[in-house]
Design a protein around this ligand. Structure first.
Ligand SMILES: Cc1cc2nc3c(=O)[nH]c(=O)nc-3n(C[C@H](O)[C@H](O)[C@H](O)COP(=O)(O)OP(=O)(O)OC[C@H]3O[C@@H](n4cnc5c(N)ncnc54)[C@H](O)[C@@H]3O)c2cc1C
Length: 195
């Protein structure tokens, strides 16, 4: 028998601590098993995973559809090129007839950024050369669209593609048919977004 007056207290604490350890160990995941357990398929098939279903506040949970391999295939260089030209020609078609100084700066910046961030080294280098030889013309909608058509044709020529007739550029990439002129950029206010 111990003479220490704190012995009952220490024994109680030790017993609680052991009991907690036993219970908590059931919830802990061993570090080397974590990677195999947390695959995408287990997120969607494991009914206990918090992301496996989303409750909409009713009794019926909505199960996430399984991710098919076909859907996550990355874009090809050609698909990305088409998407980028679509973006650029569409922007040029909506560009105002009388752009503000900020809008003219933005058009030039957009092309400069593209020549640095376009995710294809060969295309970046080529586009940098094209921009040097053909500085961005962004004084009006007509000017920007025609300039873009011209530089697109420079790329087309280097790839052995057909030359697009630039007098038809507005017919190919026309203005949006937006309700109440809500896409109109002519009255854009000069709000400078600081990054
Ligand atoms: C800035 C930039 C640089 C690129 N550089 C390279 C490169 O160095 N090497 C490479 O392999 N690929 C490059 N690409 C991709 C390449 O230009 C094409 O996008 C890709 O090869 C797919 O071509 P496509 O025939 O489907 O039509 P795209 O050239 O993508 O054109 C899309 C559509 O635009 C229309 N169009 C075509 N020419 C014009 C024009 N002059 N003006 C207006 N509309 C037009 C046509 O309706 C056409 O179907 C570049 C893309 C961009 C955006």
């Amino acid at each position: 028998m111990s003479d220490n007056p704190l012995t009952p207290l220490i024994n109680t604490f030790t017993s609680i601590s052991r009991s907690l350890q036993t219970h908590l160990s059931r919830f802990l995941i061993a570090p080397d098993s974590a990677t195999t357990d947390l695959t995408v398929s287990s997120l969607t098939t494991n009914p206990l995973h918090p992301l496996s279903s989303v409750s909409l506040g009713t009794d019926t949970p909505v199960t996430a559809p399984p991710i098919k391999e076909k859907e996550v295939k990355p874009l090809t260089k050609e698909e990305f090129g088409r998407a980028t030209w679509t973006l650029l020609h569409t922007i040029a078609a909506q560009y105002p007839d009388q752009p503000t100084r900020q809008q003219r700066r933005d058009a030039k910046e957009l092309m400069a950024i593209l020549s640095r961030m376009y995710p294809c080294k060969e295309c970046q280098d080529h586009f940098k050369e094209i921009l040097k030889a053909n500085p961005v013309q962004a004084g009006s909608q007509e000017e920007l669209s025609q300039w873009l058509c011209h530089v697109h044709n420079v790329v087309n020529r280097s790839l052995g593609k057909l030359i697009f007739p630039c007098q038809r550029v507005n017919a190919r990439w026309g203005k949006f048919d937006c309700k109440d002129r809500s896409c109109d950029l002519d009255n854009t206010s000069e709000i400078d977004i600081k990054l």
